[in-house]
Write a protein that binds this ligand. Structure first.
Ligand code: BGC
Length: 444
């Protein structure tokens, strides 16, 4: 068995990481536009990023050249509703309409993430996700985008990785709004999951084309230490535990959404008796068509008498952010997630970052990225051959971009971006990925 004939081959991006034009045509600030200061590598800001707002035609032409069938993008809330609620910015609507038209002309199907971390700053001033009105704000925003774009968009993801924009933004202060506040986690968890459910309901009720709706979380995936049944069960249990990595964990977010249950260890971690009432859980469990999952690296736990975790060893392969490379995490992610949640799975992100640069021949040679993708796709194929239902694979990222707190140094893209003049070059990996798509993965 191989990948399905209609396997969804594509690549992904997020508005705040590529669009730039942060204060143009009526757009107002998102939290990242303001709060990045003093928190990011080299103090890099997302204000210009890849200037995709002005260069989307060129970028879509490159996507076409590399044969992408699907393109996962997110919408900028503060471009569409500059204050988060209320007045609509027509120029923002026009931008996305033009972009969807251009994708259509290129024969590329859009997949929209409604929220990828860039909360309008005005809403943050009102308390952001801690404010119990935030599910209503998100519902208003979702109504707008569904009313305006659902004649052109069929595939929707409500929210990308609450594990990060709450899990490591309100704990350990790694991402905007850079807080470390355990109490905030209670309201944020509640509000984000209620917002997700409201959005699913709105999409189903108002979409003009029958929608395909999912969620795009991440979470630590533990790889069994050996081939024994005990090691398998241990890795599965660690993967779905919520007290090691707290709100970065997968079950924290996905168990309520799909299983309609709040894990006990989440309530213990937060020190609450009942995070959601049974009525709330019934509401949160809005039916989904698929589960997305973003997977880059295996997780580990501390080893006795060692500075290394169980997923590491001396000199093990890593990307330039230091993340361990082991494609088994892809295989076990698919197995563990589908065994537990039973929904068709879409890999919504997977990718390698390097310090790519333009070489003497004017090209960007990135053999590590090719190898990374190849290994992870082979691992995915192994799971497919065992009967797991994988809908598709979206490489992260379509182009080099603003890597949040890490600024512009880590390059994940298939397209190289020179930030000095915004010129683009298709990397070797982009040309190689084209052949993977053309052969539906048979050439791996
Ligand atoms: C996020 C992306 C990010 C990527 C690499 C994911 O956590 O969804 O926005 O750029 O990982 O760090």
């Amino acid at each position: 068995m191989s990948f399905k004939a209609d396997f969804m081959w594509g690549a992904a991006s997020a508005a705040a990481q590529i669009e730039g034009a942060y204060n143009e045509d009526g757009r107002k600030n998102s939290i990242w536009d303001v709060l990045y200061e003093g928190h990011t590598k080299h103090n890099d800001s997302p204000h210009v990023a890849c200037d995709h707002y002005h260069r989307y035609k060129e970028d879509i032409a490159l996507m076409k050249e590399m044969g992408l069938k699907y393109y996962r993008l997110s919408l900028s809330w503060s471009r569409l509703l500059p204050d988060g609620t209320g007045a609509i910015n027509q120029k923002g609507i026009d931008f996305y309409n033009d972009l969807f038209l251009e994708l259509k002309k290129a024969g590329i199907e859009p997949m929209v993430t409604i929220y990828h971390w860039d909360l309008p700053y005005e809403l943050y001033r009102k308390g952001g996700w801690e404010n119990d009105d935030s599910p209503l704000w998100f519902e208003e925003y979702t109504k707008l985008v569904v009313d305006k774009f659902s004649d052109k968009v069929k595939y929707w993801m409500t929210i990308n990785e609450p594990n990060c924009f709450i899990g490591i933004s309100y704990k350990d202060a790694c991402h905007a709004p850079f807080l470390d506040d355990k109490n905030a986690l209670i309201s944020c968890t509640r509000n984000v999951l209620l917002a997700h459910a409201r959005a699913v309901k709105v999409i189903r009720e108002r979409a003009k084309i029958t929608p395909v709706v999912g969620f795009a979380p991440t979470g630590p995936i533990y790889v069994p230490e050996n081939k024994s049944k005990e090691a398998y069960e241990k890795a599965y249990a660690l993967t779905f535990s919520n007290n090691i990595r707290g709100p970065f964990s997968m079950g924290w977010w996905v168990d309520p959404v799909i299983l309609g249950k709040t894990p006990k260890d989440v309530e213990e971690y937060l020190g609450v008796k009942e995070l959601f009432t049974s009525d709330e859980l019934a509401f949160i469990t809005q039916p989904l068509d698929f589960l997305g999952f973003n997977i880059y690296t295996p997780a580990g736990i501390n080893k006795e008498n060692s500075c290394y975790q169980t997923n590491e060893y001396e000199g093990c392969p890593r990307n330039t952010l230091g993340w361990v490379i082991n494609p088994d995490c892809m295989y076990y992610a698919i197995k563990f997630i589908q065994d537990r949640y039973k929904l068709p799975l879409l890999i919504t992100e997977n990718g390698y970052c390097g310090n790519d640069f333009v070489m003497l021949d004017g090209k960007v040679h990135d053999p590590q990225r090719i190898d990374y993708i190849q290994r992870h796709l082979l691992a995915a194929k192994k799971a497919v051959e065992e009967g797991y239902d994988l809908m598709g694979y979206l490489y992260w990222s379509v182009m080099d971009n603003y890597e949040w707190a890490e600024g512009y140094d880590p390059r994940f893209g298939l397209i190289y971006v020179d930030y000095r003049d915004q010129s683009r070059i298709l990397k070797d990996s982009a040309l190689w990925y084209k052949t993977v798509i053309e052969t539906n993965g048979e050439n791996l």
